[in-house]
Write a protein that binds this ligand. Structure first.
Ligand SMILES: Nc1nc2c([nH]c(=O)n2[C@H]2C[C@H](O)[C@@H](COP(=O)(O)OP(=O)(O)OP(=O)(O)O)O2)c(=O)[nH]1
Length: 127
């Protein structure tokens, strides 16, 4: 099982950042919460701060954890470990994703999410 962290980044207006995977990634064009695989010896929190800097070019702080979701894709099982986060500095520059948008909480489920993310979206909407 691969452990993957992801960031539910909330802005000052309460909107949530959704990021679209590019056409050459696995799960092409699906929407996700940015993040990535935990490296050996790394904490989930440190992983997420590193990944967000690499992918979005911003610094974040972690606000709160949400329940992890284990999901079996045909070729891989991942444990997706979410944290609610805030940007502390920088402007978003996409380094890997195709697109991003800020979405109202009650409109999140309308996006075409990576399957593992749907449960996380629901946890967040109920939180
Ligand atoms: N970062 C991230 N990955 C997710 C999410 N939902 C989801 O199913 N994944 C999957 C996609 C990948 O199989 C795996 C890790 O994604 P990644 O973005 O860090 O790694 P990657 O593109 O290099 O993965 P891969 O193409 O090598 O399989 O987790 C999510 O919300 N955020």
């Amino acid at each position: 099982m691969i452990k993957v962290t992801c960031a539910i980044i909330v802005n000052a207006d309460g909107l949530v950042l959704a990021a679209q995977r590019n056409a050459t990634m696995s799960l092409p064009l699906k929407w996700e919460f940015p993040g990535g695989k935990i490296e050996p010896g790394e904490t989930a929190e440190a992983c997420l701060i590193r990944e967000i800097k690499e992918e979005l070019h911003v610094d974040i702080e972690i606000v709160a954890p949400l329940p992890a979701n284990t999901h079996q894709y045909p070729n891989v099982t991942i444990q997706l470990i979410p944290f609610v986060c805030r940007i502390t500095s920088g402007e978003i520059i996409l380094k890997e994703h195709l697109d991003f948008k800020w979405v109202a909480k009650d409109e999140l489920l309308a996006l075409d999410w990576a399957e593992a993310d749907v449960a996380i979206v629901k946890y967040y909407m109920e939180s």
